[in-house]
Design a binder for this molecule. Structure first.
Ligand code: GLN
Ligand code: ZN
Length: 774
């Protein structure tokens, strides 16, 4: 029985790669220095896995930015717009220019598009294909890294995104073809790579085809059969591991199992029943092996050894030990690096820590599991087994996890709890009377610039260098100045600016029971950007109000309405590591109740407009369409529970920033927020069509100012966008606002842009009046 790993985090346990890349980008270190850091990380990872006892150690899982971009470069898929840049720069700089754009003497290229890797928070660079796309071996990364490992004494298994998934990850830049049509032209380059690896005497190669977990067309399935049949014909000596993860094969099962490969890797965390399906199907060829992904690569919980051993034993009984491999469920790039580095008891107690495992610990779990099943148990394995059993047993009973009051409250939820008192049509008139806002009311999404000073106050406060009083005083001053600016510029609905918040999820997590925080639990989000999701380990409740103090303070400064600002339950869930001992829907409902209490307290404190941000609602959609309805059902309900505790004349806003509403517009309407503000300006209001076609019933603020760029839009540009909006949405439903929060912007551009935004709204009001008089 072999142990197998699909990928190890490449950011370095202390984010060495992030630091080195950013120094290189800002010209502070040389390319050689950066390459050296990369090499050190690779070697450390190989050594760690080898010492732990992993048999199939991955190579080519390292990347300076993104593994999809690496493959695009390998295959020579370099869009035309980089041709001139490529001539005058190194391959490394070309690579970074494709990833993040480049602006230097006379050169100005934009970055390629980036999007989420399946249902993770990892973002990849989207390959771009033309109809007559050519492929050629442009970079030797895969072979070089295999050779590098070998020279250092490590036999590795190159990990490569499979040809079908690679094509499906990309985007057609012209009409009239489908990326999958390119498969015949693409395959020879893959063959070339395999040939070179074979010349180096490679034993195993892993192809990732995660599209097998999605709904595929017949053409796509046929492409898979064609690809792996050809690979098998040409390279019968290479043991091909075909990896699927994040869901089961579903309706692709028969196709998948017909592929002539050496091993199938299965994600048995997301889909444990799949093992039975496969064993019972009789479709698995007699010599084919299964790599059982039993250790969760997407979450931070310790494995349950007893459960995993039972699952593995079942496969061993059916196939024999030599046809079974043990592995994490997917690449460990979605896990933080090393739990041993967590030493801060204040944010992560020993009690919670004993339940966790990061990448390094997961590698050990894989090896121990193999030993437990094979019966070759060392003292170390035995000790780890006992520790594992103990931790999993005491987790079931822990008082810090289980809160009877929270469970009872969730059980007692009624239909009324997710319903406002009256439908929007009734609430609307009450809100018009109560709020007295002009046509085209102006507002912002919540945060104002988080300047280096604001961040330094928080850092000093956390280190104990600033007293609570002094810190609060500084935040109060910043808030007051922001209120004054909004009053002077004529914004109608003000915000306090969110200066007291580090992050829109962490800020709430820190104040809720059931959350813990790591010091170093970083996971790559894109390029050098990492996130440190909070850990939801227990039943969630709100011991006391979280935002009322600041909202109340801001409202006390001005006769205009100040909007209360909250993060919604689905977004808090989505951007955390979520407990795996109860359904996500239950955890989400618990968070919803905590937010609901906050909404009610804000109302009691005199706040008449409350925004509950849900930017992550769409990314929670399951991979397979069949599963969408169930998710949307509980997710939308959770939002409604959080929003429905207030009277009808309190106005609830929500905010989302992503661009594909068409699929789920009905569900967005079902959230029943009185006002929704959305990202819109970059797409020139295109996505408003979805709202217009559907006749979205409530009020809507399509963003008219693209906050992702330092550029200040002119009044006329924003008027043009508003005209477009007014052409499809009744004007009395429209709000005027930026695309998203302003925290990454500078004050000077923010001020100019918002003043112009107010002017644009004023002009729209004048236009509307003349239309009415005429
Ligand atoms: N209220 C948040 C802010 O303005 C919303 C951020 C977001 O949508 N991601 O920063
Ligand atoms: Zn946003």
């Amino acid at each position: 029985m072999k142990t197998n790993n699909l990928g190890f985090p490449r950011i370095g346990s202390n984010r060495e790669l992030k630091k080195a890349s950013e120094l290189y980008w800002s010209g502070q270190i040389t390319a050689d220095a950066l390459l050296t850091v990369g090499k050190e990380i690779r070697l450390a990872n190989w050594r760690l896995q080898s010492q732990a006892g992993i048999d199939l150690i991955p190579s080519n899982d390292f990347s300076f930015y993104d593994q999809v971009l690496d493959l695009s470069l390998t295959l020579g898929v370099i869009p035309e717009q980089y041709a001139a840049f490529a001539k005058e720069n190194s391959v490394l700089d070309l690579y970074f220019a494709m990833a993040r754009g480049a602006q230097k003497e006379g050169q100005d290229v934009v970055a390629m598009e980036m999007t989420k890797w399946f249902d993770t928070n990892y973002h990849y660079i989207v390959p771009e294909f033309t109809k007559d796309q050519e492929f050629k071996l442009f970079s030797n990364k895969i072979i070089d890294e295999y050779k590098e490992a070998k020279a250092a004494g490590f036999e590795t298994k190159p990990v490569i995104i499979g040809p079908v998934s690679y094509l499906l990850l990309g985007k057609e830049k012209q009409e009239g073809f489908h990326s999958i049509d390119l498969i015949e032209k693409l395959l020879p380059v893959y063959f070339g790579i395999l040939q070179k690896l074979q010349d180096e005497k490679v034993a195993y190669v892993q192809f990732d085809e995660p599209f097998l977990a999605l709904n595929l067309t017949d053409v796509e399935r046929a492409a898979l059969v064609h690809t792996y049949t050809k690979i098998n014909e040409k390279f019968p000596q290479i043991k091909i591991i075909l990896a699927n993860y994040f869901d089961c094969f579903g309706e692709n099962l028969a196709t998948a199992l017909s592929l002539p490969v050496h091993t199938f890797h299965l994600d048995l965390v997301r889909c444990p029943l799949q093992l039975d399906d496969i064993l019972e199907s009789n479709l698995l060829a007699e010599t084919t092996s299964l790599s059982l992904g039993v250790v969760d690569g997407r979450n931070i919980w310790k494995n349950d050894f007893k459960k995993s051993v039972a699952l593995i034993q079942k496969a061993v009984d059916a196939l024999g030990a030599d046809r079974v491999l043990i592995a994490p469920s997917c690449s460990l790039i979605h896990s933080p690096c090393d739990l041993d580095l967590e030493t801060n008891e204040a944010t992560l107690t020993a009690e919670v820590k004993q339940w966790l495992a990061f990448a390094k610990q997961k590698i050990n779990e894989v090896v121990v599991l193999r030993n437990l099943v094979s019966g070759e148990i060392t003292d170390y394995d035995q000790a780890l087994f006992e520790e594992n059993t103990l931790a999993n047993d005491n987790k079931k009973k822990a008082t810090i996890i289980h809160n009877a009051a929270v469970k009872e409250r969730v059980a007692a939820i009624t239909t009324e709890d997710s319903q406002r008192n009256n439908p929007f049509s009734v609430r609307r008139q009450l809100q018009i009377d109560a709020l007295q806002l002009p046509l085209f009311p102006t507002t912002t999404i919540g945060s104002f610039p988080q300047t280096p000073e604001v961040r330094s106050w928080r850092a000093k406060f956390k280190k104990g260098e600033l007293s609570q009083e002094a810190y609060d005083g500084l935040i109060r001053k910043e808030t007051e100045e922001t209120i004054r600016f909004q009053e002077e510029s004529g914004i109608d609905v003000l915000v306090h600016g969110e200066f007291e918040r580090n992050d829109m999820v962490e800020y709430f997590g820190e104040q809720l029971d059931g959350f813990a925080f790591t010091k170093n639990g970083w996971v790559q989000s894109y390029g050098s950007r990492c996130v440190k999701p909070p850990v939801i380990y227990g039943d969630v409740s709100r011991p006391q109000p979280m935002t009322v103090k600041w909202a109340e303070f801001a409202q006390s400064l001005t006769p205009k309405w100040v909007k209360g600002m909250l993060t919604g339950p689905v977004t808090i869930l989505q951007w955390s590591f979520v407990r795996n001992d109860q359904a996500r829907s239950v955890t989400c409902t618990q968070i919803a109740l905590a937010i609901r209490d906050e909404v009610v307290d804000l109302e009691k404190a005199g706040i008449k407009i409350i925004q509950i941000d849900e930017p992550a609602i769409r990314e929670g959609l399951p991979l397979r369409k069949e599963e969408w309805a169930t998710y949307l059902d509980w997710a939308i309900k959770a939002f409604r529970i959080s929003a429905s505790g207030v009277s009808d004349n309190t106005q609830i806003h929500t905010h989302m920033c992503y661009s594909e509403f068409n699929d789920i517009i009905e569900n967005i309407a079902a959230m029943d927020a009185d006002v929704i503000t959305i990202e819109c300006s970059r797409s020139q209001m295109e996505l408003l069509d979805a709202f217009a076609d559907f006749k979205y019933p409530n009020e809507i603020g399509p963003g008219v100012y693209d906050i992702h760029s330092p550029r200040v839009p002119s009044r006329q540009e924003m008027v043009d966008l508003l005209e477009k909006a007014a052409a499809v949405i009744p004007v009395d439903q429209l709000w005027v606002n930026p695309d998203c929060g302003l925290k990454t912007r500078h004050w000077d551009e923010t001020k100019k842009a918002l003043i112009e935004m107010v002017n644009a709204a004023k002009q729209m009001r004048v236009n509307a009046e003349t239309t009415i008089t005429v």
